[in-house]
Write a protein that binds this ligand. Structure first.
Ligand SMILES: Nc1nc2c(ncn2[C@@H]2O[C@H](COP(=O)(O)OP(=O)(O)OP(=O)(O)O)[C@@H](O)[C@H]2O)c(=O)[nH]1
Ligand SMILES: O=C([O-])CC(=O)C(=O)O
Ligand SMILES: [Mn+2]
Length: 605
């Protein structure tokens, strides 16, 4: 089949011969009914969403409440990332390391090649040229996703810079990451489609040596929007290792103090642990301003001035819906109110708006994420805990103008955070870069609904990157150590650890979180500027409760003190867990991190 003219729909709008050859090869393998090259236009969005609405995959929301926005429900089995089915297929098994699933590249390609054979029959195959990061970057990072899901094509328009402008910059021979996706649900002639096609067999496969992505069987964002986790973290982390930069699971925010001093902060928290919320924070303390640059991924390189500069490679937010409302994250609500968004696995109100848990008093009747009638007495939540909104970053009312600057922004502080009921204090500053890398390397968090599996189990999650490091985690930690060695220590970002999720004996959060986290950011800035004090504890430099600005905050001193408390007996339990965690990396673990563990033990004595 000639990919350029298939079904006479759109002739290939490129002369890029490797791209044309790949599209022809995939077309021959997957045998779609037609091939469409996505141009990224608004007309195309209208066509795609219109077709999806006709097919019942999307429901158009009330245009007066959420213009140009849609409600989607997935198959109940296809609601989150599938870490068990995610593979790093490096040539050398040792390159995948102990934290990744591995399969030999030829074996995976053979296996998936069989699954892909004829897998797009009866469907439209979309070819989506995209760029991660600004198109006018010195070294733009291109990808092309081929997918048989119109939902994915529409979502990619929100999440990435895509379409004809990308092909134009790619020209005839730019490098690109080929990213192949199929829901794995071919249609026989005359066979009716289902609302959410997917397959029980799922593979999210990465080939770091050849920089390719092959995804099969899932339509859920983290498994199917291949520019996001698959490219911008797993593949990009390998590029970053080779080229001396960092691809991280971090938000980027701009903080302006009442004295108009600007600091850029990056923060890594595991999935569903507060990045989107912190990125859009509305400070509760007077005179402070937060602006957003990114909510999930940061690519960071050293500039000529020796500082570390961060760029958000994405173009939209794919955010956790439950818990988001006018009191917790008003800026996300304002972003969504402008429309042009997709909502997946939330509930639908009777007047055609969306609703989810955390939005206050529930309406008397909803259609839940299963499509069933729901009332406040129904028992089960109306929305899946990992239900998501997908919305353009340009609509964020507090977007920092420099979010689109290909040079990025110089980072002053990096926060590593997790969701821990106990042990980890509200905030602690590292003593130096290596101690900060140790904080990141030993980061732990309770698992969430963002990945399939048990929720609430504490696991180590280095730099919040456990499911996203595209190579050996020991080498990854060595890369972090090495970057610090070559840098001017005064210019390196200062590293902090935070925990918004510590609980009292009665189970309630000790710290109010959300907008009140601005009080912690203020202390961070005061540490950067050398104006705040800190207590030297075994785990790092922790503020005395009096060093946190609590003006106007209704919080018991005892709760703040408990949130900041470093309890040596709790930490003594962590030490052997950290040792066991480090042990699995063998020789690959930088020795200096063992030295850090020894010094932690020493301080706990
Ligand atoms: N208690 C408390 N909950 C928070 C805080 N910040 C965020 N949350 C809740 O944590 C959940 C996830 O928050 P997000 O900001 O969406 O997390 P994320 O890190 O962006 O998640 P991913 O998109 O999966 O990477 C939501 O239900 C939030 O309401 C906080 O400061 N305190
Ligand atoms: O990838 C996803 O599905 C959403 C996300 O940001 C994460 O899980 O960290
Ligand atoms: Mn994320």
């Amino acid at each position: 089949m000639d990919a350029a003219t298939t079904a006479g729909l759109s002739p290939a709008p490129t002369t890029h011969s490797r791209l044309l050859a790949w599209v022809a090869e995939v077309t021959a393998l997957t045998t779609p009914a037609r091939v469409v090259w996505c141009d990224g236009s608004d007309g195309e969005w209208q066509r795609l969403t219109g077709q999806l609405a006709d097919a019942g995959t999307l429901v158009r929301l009330n245009p007066e409440l959420k213009p140009n926005s849609f409600w989607a429900r997935t198959d109940p089995s296809d609601v989150a990332r599938v870490e068990e089915r995610t593979f790093i297929c490096s040539v050398d098994p040792d390159d995948a390391g102990p934290t990744n699933n591995w399969m030999a590249p030829e074996e995976m390609k053979q296996l998936l090649g069989e699954l892909y054979r004829g897998c797009m029959a009866g469907r439209t195959m979309y070819v989506i040229p995209f760029c991660m990061g600004p198109l006018d970057a010195a070294d733009p990072k291109f990808g092309v996703e081929i997918t048989d899901s119109a939902y994915v094509a529409a979502s990619m328009k929100i999440m990435t810079r895509m379409g004809t402008p990308v092909l134009d910059v790619m020209g005839a021979d730019a490098e690109f990451v080929p990213a192949l996706h199929s829901v794995g649900a071919p249609l026989a002639p005359g066979q009716a489609d289902v609302m959410w096609p997917c397959n029980d067999t799922k593979y999210i496969a990465h080939f770091p040596d050849t920089r390719e992505i092959w995804s099969y069987g899932s339509g859920y964002g983290g498994n199917s929007l291949l520019g996001k986790k698959c490219y911008s973290l797993r593949i990009a982390s390998v590029m970053a290792r080779d080229e001396g930069w960092l691809a991280e699971h971090m938000l980027i925010l701009k903080l302006t103090s009442p004295q108009q001093k600007v600091h850029y902060v990056a923060a890594a928290f595991p999935s569903a642990c507060g990045k989107t919320n912190l990125a859009m924070l509305e400070p509760t303390i007077g005179g402070w301003k937060v602006e957003t640059l990114g909510d999930d991924i940061a690519w960071m390189r050293f500039g000529d001035d020796g500082r570390l500069y961060a760029v958000n490679p994405e173009y939209g937010f794919f955010g956790v819906a439950p818990g988001t409302d006018d009191s917790t994250n008003p800026n996300a609500m304002r972003t969504l109110a402008q429309g042009n968004s997709l909502f997946t696995n939330v509930a639908l109100t009777d007047d055609g708006d969306v609703w989810w848990e955390g939005m206050g008093t529930p309406p008397a009747h909803l259609t839940d994420w299963h499509g069933n009638d729901w009332t406040p007495g129904s028992g089960a939540p109306s929305s899946h805990p990992n239900s998501r909104f997908c919305t353009p970053i340009s609509q964020c009312p507090i977007l920092a103008p420099e979010y689109d600057d290909p040079r990025g922004v110089p980072i002053s502080a990096i926060l590593f955070g997790g969701r821990r009921k106990t042990t980890v204090p509200l905030v602690a500053q590292s003593r130096d870069w290596i101690h900060g890398v140790f904080m990141g390397a030993t980061l732990s968090s309770e698992t969430t609904a963002a990945a399939v599996g048990q929720v609430g189990v504490v696991r180590r999650d280095p730099m919040a990157m456990l499911p996203f490091i595209g190579y050996h985690a020991g080498d990854y930690l060595a890369h972090w150590v090495d970057l610090g060695k070559d840098a001017d220590p005064d210019k390196l970002p200062k590293i902090f650890q935070v925990n918004w999720f510590r609980r009292g004996d009665d189970g309630r959060f000790l710290w109010p979180g959300y907008g009140e986290n601005s009080r912690v950011l203020k202390w961070v800035v005061e540490r950067l500027e050398g104006t705040a004090g800190a207590v030297d504890t075994p785990v790092g430099l922790v503020p005395h409760p009096a060093a946190i600005d609590t003006e106007g905050l209704d919080l018991a001193y005892a709760d703040l003190a408990a949130a900041l408390h470093v309890d040596p007996t709790e930490w003594a339990v962590e030490v052997p867990q950290i040792a066991a965690w480090f042990n699995q990396f063998g020789e690959k673990l930088p020795g200096i991190l063992w030295t850090e563990l020894d010094s932690l033990k020493e301080r706990l004595r």
